[in-house]
Write a protein that binds this ligand. Sequence first.
Ligand SMILES: Nc1nc2c(ncn2[C@@H]2O[C@H](COP(=O)(O)OP(=O)(O)OP(=O)(O)O)[C@@H](O)[C@H]2O)c(=O)[nH]1
Length: 287
Amino acid sequence: MTIQWFPGHMAKARREITEKLKMIDVVFELVDARIPLASRNPMIDEILDQKPRIVLLNKADLADPKVTSMWESYFSEKGIPSLAINSQDGKGIKKIEPLAHELVKEKFDKMRAKGIVKPRAVRALIVGIPNVGKSTIINRMAGKNIAVTGDKPGVTKKQQWIKAGKTLELLDTPGILWPKFEDQSIGLKLAVTGAIKETLFDFTEVVLYAIKYLKEHYEERLVERYKLSEIPDDSLPLFEEIGKKRGCMMSGGEVDLEKTAEIVLRDLRAEKLGRLSYERPNEFEIK
Ligand SMILES: Nc1nc2c(ncn2[C@@H]2O[C@H](COP(=O)(O)OP(=O)(O)OP(=O)(O)O)[C@@H](O)[C@H]2O)c(=O)[nH]1
C-alpha cells in the first residue's frame, strides 16, 4: 500500500475535532464491524481524552455475527461501551440514546445540583474514518427530523444541531479521522472492505491477502463457493486454484491473476461467501 495522508490534513482534522469536543457531552466513534481496529484512528484515545464515548460497530449486517460478539466483549473489557448497528436499515440504532444518557448521567446530575443549566438534550459528535457510514447514521438517527433544530452559539462559529432522539442532538458535521496506514495489513483490510477507492490499490495483492485470511477462518466457505477439491497450503496456489475453477486462464495456459482477483473481490462485495469479518480481537493491537 502506498497511500499516505498528508500530516497537514491529519493535524487539521485533529484541531477541528478538538474544537468541536468542547461543545460535546459524548462521542459516537463509528468503526467498521468487520475491521473494528483497522478502521479506528490510532490517535483517537488521545484526542478524546476523558470524553465519554460509545464505539458503534457499524455495517454489522456485513460482519460475521460471532466475531462481532467477540468485539463487543473486547471493548467491554476495555471499559468502552459498544453497540453493533446497521445504519442502513436502522438496526441497533434505538439503543444509542439510552446508552448515551447513561454515560453522561453523572455529569448532568452534577450540573443540575449546581443549578448550572436548564435541562437540555445530550449533545453528541459522530467521528470516524472516511466511508465508515457517518452520513448514513446521521440521516438514520435524524429520521424525519433531519431539519436542523436551530443555531446555538459554538466556540468559533455557529454550529447546527440535528435532533436525533427525544433528548439527543448531533452536531451536523461529523469528525473525519484517518486510519493508520503504516501497518500494511491495515491498508489491505480497508481495501477489502471498500473503505479505500478501488482505483487506489492493487487488486491482486488485496485479494491474496483476503484469501489467506479466509483460508484461516472460513475455509469451508471458500471450498463451497469455488467448488475446490483441494486446498493448497499457500495462498498463491490457492488463488490460482480458484482462478482455474472460474476459467480465468490466459492463452499460455497460466491463470489470469487479475481477472481472478476481480471475480473474488466482486464475490466478497456481493456477500457470496456470507458475512465475513477480517479481524478478530487480539490478532493485533494498534499501538
Ligand atoms: N451494509 C451497510 N452499508 C452501510 C452501512 N452504513 C453505511 N453504509 C454504506 O457505506 C457507504 C459509506 O457511507 P457514508 O455514510 O457515505 O460514509 P461517510 O462516513 O459519511 O463517508 P465520508 O463522507 O467519505 O466521510 C455508503 O454506501 C453507505 O450506504 C451499514 O450499516 N451497512
